[in-house]
Ligand binder design. Structure first.
Ligand code: FES
Length: 100
């Protein structure tokens, strides 16, 4: 697991793009829970830094509204598209992410 950010750097119901091991990832916090995923939508590559975070554990791409589960990466409405998600661990105020 690699250090990605401080817990306090990510606003609740917000996002933050960070670089871990020279790879950009998106951190998302909903209801105090932190998730990590790729920065581009698997549908047509819209930058998810502009995505909507309205539901716990989900992100909705702003371009066509595809909604992804941040735990599994699944898109219920369009199951052929899967968001790449990464395991997250919180240690004190540190957010650690596991990139494969
Ligand atoms: S590019 Fe994200 S839903 Fe189409």
């Amino acid at each position: 697991m690699d250090f990605a950010a401080k817990v306090s750097d990510i606003p609740d119901w917000g996002k933050k793009v960070v670089t871990v091991n020279s790879q950009e990832i998106l951190l998302v916090k909903t209801k105090g829970n932190i998730y990590a995923c790729e920065t581009e939508c698997p549908h047509q590559g819209a930058p998810l830094a502009g995505a909507l975070v309205k539901e716990e554990g989900h992100i909705s791409c702003q371009r066509h509204g595809y909604r992804f589960n941040l735990k599994t990466g699944a898109c219920k409405e369009f199951p052929e598209y899967t968001l790449k998600v990464y395991p997250v661990e919180v240690a004190g105020d540190d957010v650690l992410v596991g990139l494969e």
